[in-house]
Design a protein around this ligand. Structure first.
Ligand SMILES: Cc1cc2nc3c(=O)[nH]c(=O)nc-3n(C[C@H](O)[C@H](O)[C@H](O)COP(=O)(O)OP(=O)(O)OC[C@H]3O[C@@H](n4cnc5c(N)ncnc54)[C@H](O)[C@@H]3O)c2cc1C
Length: 278
């Protein structure tokens, strides 16, 4: 249908980004191709150490899925997106395709091994998330292509992750967000990925912060070093949510807190990780 209808057509998923744009007249597509009528596009499956999530899977379905809980960060992320009405409509595929710089999914999934499966009239292709998000509101998708599946590798035993966002209230995007994924052997960090949101045009990996933890014992000193390195990462812009310095402070505090939760989860503890509201 996208090919038939041409450039004036747009896909509609949960409508939680697109409909506000239509209402404000920032977008005026000639046609909407409604994915809500396409069966078999909402699912969460585990298969050989990989979680497969359908593009039309709602944030609320992920929040409440026992399978998704095998990767605790997924629940952290889904459960804190906006409010319950938006979580009941908004989809993971729509969120990734929208590539909003403040969106939660891209940041959380950046710290996991995530592949975006796409399909269109010319066939299918698989794109690593890192290559899928190109810029603010820009992805590798061609006009006639859609996200057909989100594939996430389940981290190995001894791993733990946490996703924390700081928000002024529930139905707004975060002021800053942090994702931390660790694999531990005893107290030593064997693998670490740290993602930062709202400090640039896309979510970014805080590689200098990660370097403070790789192959090292997790203790107050190494966690403080990682949090300081994260503070310096990215390029937060001042806006109604706070000054650049305020956002750097938030990032440093969230990284410290998320490392603590991720490490406890890696040790097998059940820890609730919730977004923080001002
Ligand atoms: C008040 C409010 C607060 C919000 N707060 C947050 C928040 O805190 N964190 C957060 O992450 N998000 C937030 N959102 C956004 C919400 O998560 C959306 O659900 C999400 O960004 C878009 O998903 P959707 O399914 O609604 O997509 P839609 O709005 O239907 O579509 C968004 C875009 O993606 C395209 N698209 C949709 N599905 C596909 C597909 N399968 N393949 C290719 N292209 C596709 C559409 O054509 C459109 O361009 C908020 C939204 C609102 C209205």
């Amino acid at each position: 249908m996208l090919r038939q209808l041409g450039a004036g057509a747009k896909l509609l998923a949960g409508g939680q980004s697109l409909v506000p744009l239509l209402k404000l007249r920032f977008a005026s597509p000639e046609h909407l191709v409604d994915l809500n009528f396409v069966s078999g596009t909402s699912f969460i499956q585990e298969n050989g150490g990989t979680l497969r999530v359908g593009p039309m899977t709602r944030h609320a379905e992920i929040e409440n899925s026992s399978l998704a809980r095998t990767i605790p960060m997924l629940r952290d992320c889904a459960a804190g997106i906006a409010d319950v009405q938006i979580r009941n409509r908004g989809t993971i595929g729509g969120s990734l395709a929208e590539a909003d710089p403040s969106g939660d999914w891209a940041n959380a999934l950046l710290t996991l091994e995530t592949t975006i499966h796409c399909m269109g009239p010319n066939g299918r292709r698989a794109i690593a998330l890192n290559d899928f998000v190109k810029d603010a509101y820009t992805t590798a998708l061609a006009h006639e292509e859609l996200v057909s599946e989100v594939e996430v590798k389940v981290p190995p035993r001894g791993s733990g992750g946490a996703y924390l966002a700081f928000k002024r209230s529930a139905p707004v995007y975060p002021s800053a967000s942090v994702a931390v994924q660790l694999t531990m052997t005893g107290d030593v960090c064997q693998h670490v990925a740290i993602g930062l949101g709202c400090v640039g045009l896309t979510a970014i990996r805080a590689t200098d912060a990660e370097a403070q933890l790789w192959g090292k014992e997790l203790n107050e000193k190494t966690i403080a070093a990682a949090s300081e390195a994260a503070r310096a990462a990215g390029d937060p812009q001042p806006d109604m949510r706070g000054s650049a310095e305020y956002k750097r402070q938030l990032i440093a505090a969230l990284v410290r807190r998320a490392i603590g939760i991720a490490a406890r989860r890696a040790r097998g503890e059940q820890v609730e990780g919730a977004h923080l509201y001002a």
